[in-house]
Design a protein around this ligand. Structure first.
Ligand code: HAM
Length: 422
């Protein structure tokens, strides 16, 4: 016998026992997307590598270390890897926005998707090589009202998912006007303390000094004394950030300012934020994150277009809900259709169809086992009721309560109402 094949490292199978919790959380995301008037968009799971290197930045971890490269068939023109599995959806969505001239459509575009993302990272608890994000983007709205609306949407999602104590950590990292002076201030400060930096930080200092603040191993004392982005904001960025905070205060959204929150992708400008359960700020604990990316469309060759959005990790939300003991809700009652006559297959399927028409969750037994065995296995599968169909087609069945072990005869058309009454 050959060796069994297992799933690739860093990936997970979604098994039936977990499916209900996932559907519940994804259902909340879909429902909120509709209630906040977002329209669905889908983009390919793989894109040109250049889209990510230009959009997210050559020096971002997602591009530099974690890209899943995809090549074409052997012997084809694309045999050399030209594409990568998407590490995140924002760059692809903005590409689609530009490619389809969506800027001429009325109003800012409000777009959402739920789907798998891929990062070739070192797998550990809560960090996978394939994971699912719920992503929302508003393109064409300079804010600040929409910034507050997006952060409030994230908080509402966790509330409706039952995840408690979620804090939105917030910062503003300025724009093309004021960022250069902030960068220079960081370079001055950290260069003077070069000996206290990790190797990774020394490299970051050269390519993207903001990301030194992101280094989890940064000396806390050094971090505390580092120049703060909000002290370097130009007047327009400062006014924007002040408004976002005032709007969040007005809405009663729980947020805290975090001067080290610079985010790992290069496209961010102004507002940046991440969601964590209070007191759980480890690297793979962010439940979601996002921000404004007013320069991204230009980086991708389009006209200057403001944008803001977030990506919420569905895997991590499901894990957090589980850890906090949130119930994934009861499934609808299960009804089993069984028959004593081994040949009565068509009546079983017909009866199942009628019951499903009435909105019931039905599983029909197609075996020729004895009736008692069929009832036994229906109970094991969690069925509360069994509908026993006879060989006749007069529409009469036996409805059996598998918990109380009681039964009665009634027309098939009355079963749904009888079950509804309990
Ligand atoms: P991100 O912070 O890279 O942002 O990812 C968003 C969320 O995806 C994280 O907070 C986390 O919950 C989840 N996530 C990321 N990597 C993993 C992983 N390896 N395993 C499990 N979950 C993970 C973005 O992707 C931006 N595109 C968000 C955005 C949208 N900004 C503006 N618009």
């Amino acid at each position: 016998m050959s060796r069994p094949i297992s799933a690739p490292r860093g990936t997970r199978d979604l098994l039936p026992e977990d499916g209900h919790a996932w559907s519940r959380v994804e259902g909340i995301a879909r429902d909120l997307s509709a209630r906040y008037a977002f329209d669905r968009i889908e983009t390919p799971l793989f894109e040109r590598i250049e889209l990510f290197s230009r959009g997210l930045g050559e020096s971002s971890d997602a591009v530099e270390k974690e890209m899943f490269r995809v090549s074409g068939a052997a012997g084809s023109e694309e045999e050399r890897a030209e594409w990568a599995l998407r590490p995140e959806p924002t760059a692809g969505i903005v590409r689609a926005y530009l490619e389809h001239g969506m800027h001429v459509r009325p109003g800012p575009q409000r777009l959402w998707l739920i789907g798998p993302m891929f990062r070739y990272d070192r797998p550990q608890a809560g960090r996978y090589r394939q994971f699912v994000q719920w992503d929302v983007e508003v393109i064409g709205d300079p804010g600040p009202m929409v910034d507050a609306e997006i952060i409030e949407l994230g908080q509402r999602f966790y509330t409706e998912s039952g995840v408690r104590d979620v804090v939105a950590y917030l910062n503003s990292i300025g724009d093309g006007e004021c960022r250069p002076a902030y960068r220079a201030a960081l370079i001055d400060y950290f260069s003077a303390h070069d000996d206290r930096l990790t190797d990774d930080s020394r490299r970051r200092l050269r390519v993207n000094p903001l990301r030194v603040l992101d280094d989890k191993e940064l000396d806390p004392e050094l971090a505390a004394g580092a120049p703060r982005a909000i002290d370097h904001l130009c007047d327009a960025c400062r006014a924007h950030f002040t408004s976002v905070q005032a709007l969040l205060d007005d809405l009663g959204v729980h947020y805290e300012i975090d001067h080290r929150l610079v985010r790992g992708l290069d496209y961010y400008t102004r507002t940046t934020f991440e969601f964590y359960v209070a007191g759980r700020r480890g690297q793979q604990q962010a439940l979601g994150g996002g921000g404004r990316y007013d320069g991204l469309a230009e980086l991708l060759g389009g006209p200057s277009t403001p944008g803001i959005g977030f990506g919420i990790g569905i895997d991590r939300t499901v894990i957090a809900a589980e850890e906090q003991g949130v119930s994934s809700g009861a499934l609808a009652l299960l009804v089993a259709v069984v028959a004593a006559d081994p040949d009565a297959l068509a009546p079983r399927l017909r009866a199942a169809g009628t019951l499903r028409d009435a909105g019931l969750r039905v599983r029909a037994d197609g075996t020729s086992r004895k009736l008692g065995k069929q009832l036994e296995s229906a109970a094991k599968l969690g069925a509360r009721w069994a509908v026993i169909v006879g060989p006749t087609s007069d529409g009469t069945v036996i409805l059996r309560d598998l918990v109380a072990s009681e039964q009665r005869e009634l027309p098939l058309s009355e079963v749904a109402a009888a079950i509804g009454r309990g």
